[in-house]
Design a protein around this ligand. Structure first.
Ligand SMILES: [Zn+2]
Length: 292
């Protein structure tokens, strides 16, 4: 989205990048992000980043702004902007519950909200991260007891490190891909350490992009994703999204990504002034006064 002249996970002269997943990459003369997002993005792309700390006021163009931890992966941030007609909060990809390798999310009050809706329908109801963790460990334990080597399919940035950390805490060694290990080095710089990486690890992590069909997986293979069999997600599920909207308590909501249409409809049913927007839409601050 472009707000005024500022890009929010959209390329613009001045652009905010919420986190380091490639579908949120932006280009611009200056890209505003956390230090961790800058380091992680630089594994895959260049660009001039201005590092912003959580909770510190700064200016992006004409707008006063502040970053809040989004809880989605290391360094992920939401941004609050002070517009002429009120405050706006953009969540980026976000999570209500605390993950082991991401900062605990925080959500400010705001008049206008742009919220992700990746899992914005009630059929996406996930276990809490701790419940999902128990299922993950039970799966790994059973495979190993039967003499099999468990294989977990994961996103190489964010999810892989979360799963590695969980396995580390439970005493299992992990064999990871080179790409995952590059990301691990950045996580370590920011104090998230892993003591269980081994070329001969008990558990194998593979990119979820590796060719496979979910229902053709062997009993000892598992996809770890909100869309997969083990729903340890670094996105808010439907109920987490509802909590986030309630916490921010906005007068007007824009929904983006995933089930944006459906989530806006549900929010309207709950009494919110809500409408879907596309990732590349341009929103003028003055439009935020308009009731749908
Ligand atoms: Zn993401």
């Amino acid at each position: 989205m472009i707000i005024g002249k500022v890009g929010l996970d959209s390329s613009a002269k001045l652009a905010f990048q919420s986190h380091a997943h490639t579908d949120h990459f932006v280009s611009g003369e200056v890209i505003y992000s956390t230090r961790a997002t800058k380091f992680l993005s630089h594994l895959r792309k260049g660009g001039f980043y201005r590092e912003i700390e959580f909770g510190k006021k700064f200016y992006i163009g004409d707008f006063k702004a502040k970053l809040y931890p989004a809880g989605h992966m290391l360094g992920s941030a939401g941004i609050k902007l002070w517009l002429e007609n009120g405050t706006l909060f953009y969540t980026g990809d976000t999570k209500w519950f605390k993950l082991r390798t991401a900062e605990k999310s925080r959500f400010p009050r705001a008049d206008f909200l742009i919220v992700e809706a990746t899992f914005g329908v009630p059929s996406f109801t996930f276990p809490t991260p701790r419940e999902a963790e128990k299922k993950l460990i039970a799966f790994v334990e059973e495979a190993l007891e039967r003499g099999r080597r468990p294989v977990l399919y994961v996103n190489q940035m964010g999810k892989a490190q979360e799963v590695m950390k969980i396995l580390d805490l439970h005493g299992y060694t992990v064999k990871a891909s080179r790409e995952m290990l590059k990301v691990v080095r950045v996580y370590s710089k920011f104090g998230v350490r892993f003591g269980n990486i081994s070329a001969d690890g008990e558990v194998v992590l593979r990119s979820y992009r590796s060719p496979r069909v979910e229902n053709s997986l062997s009993p000892w293979e598992l996809t770890v994703s909100g869309f997969g069999r083990l729903k340890l997600s670094n996105h808010a599920d439907f109920w987490e999204l509802i909590r986030i909207v309630e916490r921010i308590n906005p007068e007007m909501v824009f929904t983006v990504y995933g089930f944006a249409e459906e989530f806006a409809r549900i929010l309207r049913g709950l009494g919110y002034d809500a409408r879907p927007v596309s990732q590349d839409s341009v929103i003028e601050p003055v439009d935020m006064m308009t009731k749908t």
